[in-house]
Design a protein around this ligand. Structure first.
Ligand code: HEC
Length: 177
């Protein structure tokens, strides 16, 4: 009878503890909400699509493929990056001599040329990896940004005025264009 209470092998006890820790860790890991991965949807932007559809497509790109909401909020305060609420209106007055579309295209192709006060220049160039938006997708995103309290002036066929916004700048990646 007494033999039953023999001291347990320390290696066995250690093994049990390791198993228990692994089990608890798995429980904890599974309790973290998983981020779903959606492969980027191919969006069709056609020259004859309406501005309304362009804006809607731009919103979708901003939410998904553009990964903009990893940093930005739309009406949520803007901790990592400026809140985009009202950006359509603000874009008209950000830079002297710039229309709202000039400013927004510049923000996306050459984000470090104008750095919003209070933030560091950490916005990625959106037509380069990892975001890698196509030019027409950027037009759609600009149309959506303009629709946030501003006037939508871009059409599916609009080309950014690179003569104006695309001046070469040290370290902003524009030299690789
Ligand atoms: C890694 C974080 C990050 C991501 C992702 C990001 N941005 Fe930004 N963005 C910033 C930061 C930080 C600033 C402010 C600094 C600056 O002006 O460059 C900024 C600035 C801007 C501005 C100028 C805002 C203003 O008030 O003038 C616009 C417009 C903008 N981003 C749009 C976008 C869009 C659209 C996307 C997605 C295609 C995007 N950003 C993705 C961080 C990010």
């Amino acid at each position: 009878m007494a033999q039953k209470y023999k001291k347990k092998n320390p290696a066995f006890v250690f093994g049990l503890i390791v198993l228990l820790v692994c089990f608890l860790y798995t429980l904890f890991a599974n309790s973290i909400p998983q981020i779903e991965f959606h492969p980027p949807e191919r969006v069709n932007i056609t020259p004859d699509m309406s501005q309304r559809d362009l804006v809607r497509t731009g919103k979708m790109i901003l939410n998904e493929k553009g990964k903009c909401l990893l940093c930005h909020t739309i009406g949520g305060g803007g901790l990592r990056a400026p809140d985009l609420v009202g950006i359509g209106e603000r874009a008209e007055t950000r830079k002297k001599g710039y229309s709202s579309e000039d400013y927004l295209f510049e923000s996306l192709y050459y984000p470090s040329k104008y750095v919003v006060e209070g933030y560091v220049p950490s916005m990625p160039i959106v037509n380069k990896p990892p975001i890698n938006l196509a030019d027409e997708e950027i037009v759609a995103v600009v149309s959506f940004l303009q629709s946030l309290d501003g006037k939508v002036t871009v059409k599916p066929t609009t080309k950014p005025n690179f003569e104006k916004i695309g001046k070469k700048q040290e370290g902003d990646g524009s030299e690789n264009r």
